[in-house]
Design a protein around this ligand. Sequence first.
Ligand code: UD1
Length: 427
Amino acid sequence: MDKLIIRGGNRLAGTIPISGAKNSALTLLPCALLTDEPVTLRNLPRLADIDGFQHLMGQFGVAHTIQGSRPEDFGRVVTLEATRLTSSVAPYELVRKMRASILVLGPMLARSGDATVSLPGGCAIGDRPIDLHLQALEALGARIELTQGYVRAIAPDKGLPGGSFAFPVVSVGATENAVMAAALARGSSRLTNAAREPEIVDLCRLLIAMGAEIEGVGTSEITVHGQPRLHGATYRVMPDRIEAGSYACAAAITGGTVRLEGARADEMGATLDALRAIGVEVTSDAKSVTVSPNGPLRPVELTTDPYPGLATDMQAQLMSLLTQANGDSVLHETIFENRYMHVPELRRMGARIETSGRTATVHGPAPLVGAEVMATDLRASMSLIIAGLAARGETQVRRIYHLDRGYERLEEKLALVGADIQRVGDD
Ligand code: UD1
């Protein structure tokens, strides 16, 4: 298994190209199940999770072709064609590796009237149930059966009637499943307390390009007027706001100036506000966001929340940055109950952090020292890389398959701006 070796202390400077958003791609890909015509996605990031998802779609008979993908390019163009679905079962072997597999349930149900998906297993960052996905689909008229670790959703009379659902808790994935299922329903559906993440806007835009009729895009009240059929479309995946935010933290912890090419400031509001409060200068134009130093780093109090609040996917990276702030910072994690697994690893590098339930206190500034650390999940892994960039000496990050799930060619991008980082085979 590969590991990353980082020698800390280099000040990052230059430009990092931002890839297509993983979380957006994972909800745009299953849209291809909603039509028998080709759906072409541009700027699809090259990631293990995306390959895994395409493999899963292949199980249902979805053909995919990759165009013009040179090894030196970031991203690729992929055309998916679900002319005829040959299966409607997502098996445990594939689902257990990737929680986002649950996002095939809604579109497959809408297209075939019958879909079976293995229940995703536990997840490192908490329980992560799928009850809201199932309740929303039931509200649209599906019958749900749970047997032997699988969930089967059936549309009586070969099609969903549509309906209304008020989410008791904001859920990105459950909103996505419901919107996709509603797009082919016989009637209209109304979703309230829906998630408003930019990735949901991206999903709605692709569906509209495919002929769907959706009102309230980007708000917490989405109305979908079901269509008898959707057609093919070509669509460009939005830039990855979490990748951009992660590199912003990496630049800031080294006191560097880095331009994040392709990042959109309007989709990163809470992250950029947090960086400014910490004392990082942030400027932007239509095509990029630039972070640069602006005096000593200041402690802050941050709380994760559904969009437009601060993304839980940015909490670990900001925590690493705050280890270097002049004073005590407090973080509150409100989305997932077990999302401080990077804390013990950061402590091994010299960070002084205490946790109590969902609150973490970071005592800064604490000089960081390189160490051998273990990645536990995607964003936690990134927080260790960020700490390693500021640490004295060498940091070895193991289990980097987590990073390969979500950061396209991470070590190449960091090397572009002067980081001393290398991928080596584990001994
Ligand atoms: C998505 C993102 C993930 C991000 C998260 C929150 C993808 C592929 N993943 O995950 O990176 O961290 O949004 O921004 O886009 N919940 C339930 N029942 C459900 C579903 C969710 O109780 O059926 C709870 C969860 O346990 C969690 C909260 O709702 O506490 C939010 O989860 P959700 O927004 O659904 O996260 P995901 O869509 O899984």
